[in-house]
Design a protein around this ligand. Sequence first.
Ligand code: ASP
Length: 357
Amino acid sequence: MNKTALLIFSILLVTGCTINNESNKTSKMAPANFSIVIHGGAGGIKRANFSEAQEIAYKNKLEESLNAGYDVLQKNGSSINAIQAAINVLEDSPLFNAGKGAVFNSEGNQEMDASIMNGNTLNTGAVAGVNHIKNPILAANIVLDSSKHVLLSGKGAEILAKKYGIEMVPSSYFYTEKRFKQLQKIQGKDTTTLDHSAYLIKNSLIDDHKYGTVGAVAIDKYGNIAAGTSTGGMTNKKYGRIGDSPIIGAGTYANNKTCGISSTGTGEYFIRTVAAHEVSSIIKYTNSNPQKALHEVIFNQIAPLGGTGGMILIDAKGDVYWDFNTSGMFRAYKKSSGEQRIELYEKTAFPKNKITK
Ligand code: ASP
């Protein structure tokens, strides 16, 4: 190779490298797709049971929650932070059965449960039976971040949350007259109910059956999935009863390789079927479409045992899914493509009940 050829070759090599590096940089920096899906509980949620004003109130609060989570994702935040932001909004609202709107147990107290899971690290945190933590989902994240444990209950969970600066409130903060009336209507009866359960509606024991547990699943710009769930549990539940919401694999599960899930419904059945993990396993081992996996677990495993409820899901590709065997489920999603949907009632007009990014 003569001197000129060597020079040209060197220039090409250097330029080529630069171009390659730049294009690598560009692809790394290119805005990746992200999305968030939330739920506010499943149950006897029918259009006929709602006034226009109530419907607007629910939709507005769901949208506020969605935007809170979406903003975090848009500003390059993590899915773990996004779901906490979304769930905080719902926990602070008396409209939903979590945080401020939590239902009462048989003794007239609230005991709240929450969990969170990072699908990238498979790290998880959960709290159960707490009643002084304003936002139980934040305490669940403290367990994930700052302890070697997965699930802390009662006083121990509250001591840890306080130590890490999580806002504490007197238990009277959680009192709402509406929820107390719901308890009074079934207290003394040997039954527990979803706050929106068909039993309450059928027996005219309650006219306020539209609220529920809350949850969120998100995938961020880095492809990391996270899921979280927060609840007051079930009205008239026994003192000390813990549902599926703080049980990893039942109420919440996330794994970047498969999906993230948050469940809502009669918790005992979601625990018995290890519902969220079961959906993930079906996807993992059978390469099933997530919609089919959700259907299998909700309709062929939970329903035959007598359980009702629903689940929201985001898969590793960032696609959003949901399903439920109740008349309705408060649910909404927002994607970086600009697509957004907020639904309260029966399943409709969702092409194959699937949203593709
Ligand atoms: N799954 C919750 C529990 O059993 C209740 C709900 O989703 O509304 O505690």
